[in-house]
Write a protein that binds this ligand. Structure first.
Ligand code: ANZ
Length: 788
């Protein structure tokens, strides 16, 4: 009887003890680097969604090892960041304690799934030996001029008491916790990802990624070619000089960004975002009341049309975004929908545009831009939606930024490699403060820094964002214990790029874009041979339960451990693969696990009889070409091998499982107990159901406990083409309904191929030559009738 509880943990312990899945570092073998996205070790532990990503990468790792490749298949923990700290605050624990507790639990759960990681390469991003190098990469960015401090409009989350990057804010709320986010000016560390905008865009073309993922990145980068048009600003009304509380200084012109300079003739007003510097000046001078209507207010200023000199009112409206283009637009109500709605609402003129034919638009754009350039009133420009990466967090649980300041707060210097890591101090009071200052600023021993020359300096107290560590961990896996460098060039050369990267689509912008940016910087610094880290990416689909995404809060989550306890790890793995194509959304149904369990039980029964003894036989003279049964068995196996191999190579893993099921039916139907066939079956089963495959292998094929003899170390079976070729069928060929001959054709041949073959057939050729064929009737695989 199939009793997985008796052997699954046994084989897990054996694989571990014998280091069966160690990376070989054998330069004679082709490398294969397969990776699941690094998990954040949450308190909730593993969920079924993780299982589908991890089972898929595990199948690829196991298969490629059996194909003779040197496989790098590592795992680690994205341990710093907001989620851990929030959870710690909510439960009154220290983030360090819960992080390590969660890691232990997560690791135990992963081991129960029988995943073939090389655990000797495990990385934990909150350990000093790892974040030393995250800090070191920051110093590299600084040296290259890619890290800088700036006063910027930032996303401030009052509930989380920290600033957030754009990808951490969704529709004005924090991605973590769904709290409101406001825009405030603050001095912050920024990374100049915009310097790489074009390369991040161009690099996409050569990658084997889903088009939808590439499009998300393209849109996020948002490259747009257009024109900066300068509208001369008329002097402010005289009255203002008297009214202004402070000196009102306004620029002499106002610049807008437009992608449609050809519509310049239709401009009837100009609109500023409520955060535009001109608006801020008006507010500061009390010319504008702070309670002005953000959806639409007249500023009191007018500008001149650059070509006609017409007076245009300057409005303020929040449909203009502060940080896109110049934060100002020229409104063309006749052409642009939003401008039209705005003009109607505020009774502004709508000037009808003379339209030229669409094919002339591009030419007109160039022409108008040229005219503007000649007058000094415009320039052709390219803008990007992408903003520099906001890199400061006023939170405790992250990598300290390795910078020293003087007593005035100015940057004194960056830390030297031998001064790293800047260790995060263990403090009991780590809660964020209301004043926007990092909790580390309260830790005197941390802040104060004595230089060897006896000067007093002060440490930067902001920490790095959660996405810092995950921007380079795949490089550390190549050389995880290196004490002298983040990784050696040789190791990166050996392993990079990641051949296949599997994870959720929610990381399509933040993580994947940042990881590409850092890899490009490390490439430019001569450390990493490739500029693109992920050659192929697959986004696993969501697993839903009762129609919605599984989640603990909705109460529709499924705990993988309960499934393993009740059925088996193999049954869970097999079912999540069988559910459907990896990248599609799928609906959980426990009946499916029951089905997978039944399939595994039937395999067990086919191998082991009621007395617990192997049924396998060594058939004498196997394979005997004269024995049609042998041929039939081999045909069934090799067709399965062909389909399973193809299924793994194309990541159509659900079809592999169904093909294995068909093969079991065939083994049962043909009462095949031939040891060499069944042994090969266990080999191709092992990536999918490694525990059962290992158990039956040792019971029936090779009892040796020498690691070299276990099924995971066996080579993948070789396909024998003679057994997958379809045998030819005899086709009756008729002329006007009378049998005139027979022809052998492949059952896969199309009608056109069959007709061509029969026309050339020696016995028919002559007869058909003499007559004109009026019609052809084809009954596939049976009859071909020529009507003459
Ligand atoms: C005049 C015009 C006429 C425009 C027309 C469009 C159509 P993309 O393609 O996404 O780059 N725009 C510029 N800055 C903006 C901002 N900060 N907030 C909101 N809208 C802004 O879009 C560029 C177009 O979006 C620009 O071209 C500008 O409106 C608007 F028939 O100028 B256009």
């Amino acid at each position: 009887m199939y009793q997985p509880q008796k052997f699954e943990s046994h084989w897990q312990a054996y694989w571990d003890a014998q280091d069966i899945y160690a990376t070989l570092e054998d330069p004679l073998k082709e490398k294969y680097y397969v990776l699941s996205m690094i998990p954040y070790p949450s308190a909730a532990g593993l969920h079924v969604g993780h299982v589908s990503s991890y089972a898929a990468t595990d199948i690829l790792a196991r298969y490629n090892r059996m194909k003779g490749k040197d496989v790098l298949y590592p795992m680690g923990w994205d341990a710093f960041g907001l989620p851990a700290e929030q959870h710690a605050l909510e439960t009154g624990q220290h983030p360090m304690d819960i992080t390590f507790k969660n890691i232990q639990n997560f690791k135990r759960q992963l081991k129960r799934l029988g995943l073939s990681y090389d655990w000797s390469r495990e990385v934990t991003t909150c350990n000093g030996d790892y974040y030393k190098w995250t800090q070191w990469i920051f110093t590299l960015l600084w040296q290259k001029g890619l890290a800088y401090e700036a006063e910027a409009l930032v996303n401030w989350c009052p509930a989380l008491k920290t600033v957030l990057a754009n990808d951490e804010v969704i529709d004005g709320r924090s991605e973590r916790g769904d709290h409101p986010v406001v825009r405030v000016p603050m001095r912050q560390w920024m990374l100049k990802i915009t310097a790489y905008a074009d390369r991040l865009l161009e690099g996409l073309d050569s990658l084997d990624w889903p088009e939808s993922l590439k499009d998300i990145q393209r849109n996020w980068i948002g490259k747009s070619s257009g024109t900066h048009v300068h509208f001369p600003l008329n002097p402010a009304p005289d009255q203002w000089r008297k009214d202004a509380k402070t000196v009102l200084s306004l620029p002499t012109s106002l610049t807008v960004f437009t992608t449609r300079p050809d519509t310049l003739a239709g401009v009837t007003f100009v609109t500023l975002s409520p955060e535009h510097p001109i608006v801020l000046s008006l507010l500061k001078a009390n010319i504008l009341d702070a309670s002005f209507d953000k959806t639409g207010a007249f500023s009191g200023l007018t500008a001149q049309h650059p070509l006609t000199g017409d007076r245009l009112p300057v409005w303020i409206a929040d449909y203009v975004l502060a940080d896109y283009g110049t934060g100002a637009v020229m409104a063309v109500p006749d052409k642009d929908e939003r401008d039209h709605v705005f003009a109607q609402k505020h009774h502004l003129p709508i000037f009808p545009l003379k339209e030229f034919p669409p094919q002339d638009i591009e030419e007109q754009k160039i022409k108008i831009t040229k005219i503007l350039e000649e007058k000094g009133l415009g320039t052709a420009v390219t803008t990007y939606r992408l903003r520099d990466w906001l890199f400061s967090r006023q939170r405790y649980w992250g990598e300290p930024i390795p910078i020293l300041r003087d007593e005035k707060g100015a940057v004194a210097r960056i830390l030297k490699p031998n001064e790293l890591p800047v260790t995060l101090p263990t403090v009991t009071h780590y809660a964020p403060a209301d004043d926007g200052r990092s909790p580390l600023s309260r830790v005197e021993e941390f802040v104060n820094f004595q230089t060897p020359e006896g000067f007093k300096l002060f440490r930067e107290t902001d920490t790095m964002p959660g996405s810092a560590a995950s921007s380079w961990y795949f490089l550390r896996y190549c050389d995880p214990k290196n004490p002298d460098a983040p990784f050696s060039k040789e190791a990166a050369k050996r392993w990079m790029p990641v051949d296949i990267y599997i994870g959720g689509q929610e990381h399509a912008v933040g993580h994947i874009l940042y990881a590409r940016f850092w890899t490009m910087v490390l490439h430019d610094a001569g450390l990493c041979p490739v500029a693109e880290p992920f050659q192929k990416i697959v986004n696993q689909g969501m697993i839903c339960n009762k129609g919605s995404k599984m989640s603990k809060s909705k109460g529709n989550g499924v705990n993988p451990e309960e499934i393993i306890d009740q059925y088996s790890s193999d049954a869970l793995r097999l079912y999540v693969m069988f559910m459907g194509p990896l990248s599609q959304t799928k609906e959980w149904d426990e009946k499916g696990v029951v089905g997978a369990h039944r399939f595994l039980s039937r395999i067990y029964k086919h191998f082991i009889n009621e007395d617990g003894l192997p049924r396998l036989q060594k058939t004498p003279n196997f394979p005997n070409p004269a024995d049609p049964q042998h041929t039939q068995w081999l045909q069934c196996f090799h067709k399965t091998l062909e389909k399973v191999t193809e299924g793994i190579e194309t990541l159509s893993l659900n079809t592999c499982v169904s093909r294995l099921m068909i093969f079991l039916n065939e083994l049962e139907d043909h009462t095949c107990f031939e040891a060499s066939i069944l042994g090969d079956f266990l080999k191709i089963l092992s990536p999918f159901a490694p525990h059962l495959a290992e158990e039956l292998w040792h019971l029936c094929i090779n009892p040796s406990l020498d690691p070299a003899n276990c099924v995971s170390r066996m080579p993948w079976p070789t396909l024998l083409p003679q057994f997958v070729q379809d045998s030819l069928i005899n086709l009756a060929v008729q002329i006007n309904g009378k049998l005139r001959g027979q022809n052998q054709v492949s059952p896969r041949a199309t009608q056109a191929e069959v007709v061509a073959a029969c026309e050339k057939h020696p016995g028919l050729h002559e007869q058909l030559q003499r007559q004109k064929i009026k019609k052809i009737v084809y009954v596939p695989k049976r009859i071909l009738n020529f009507v003459v």
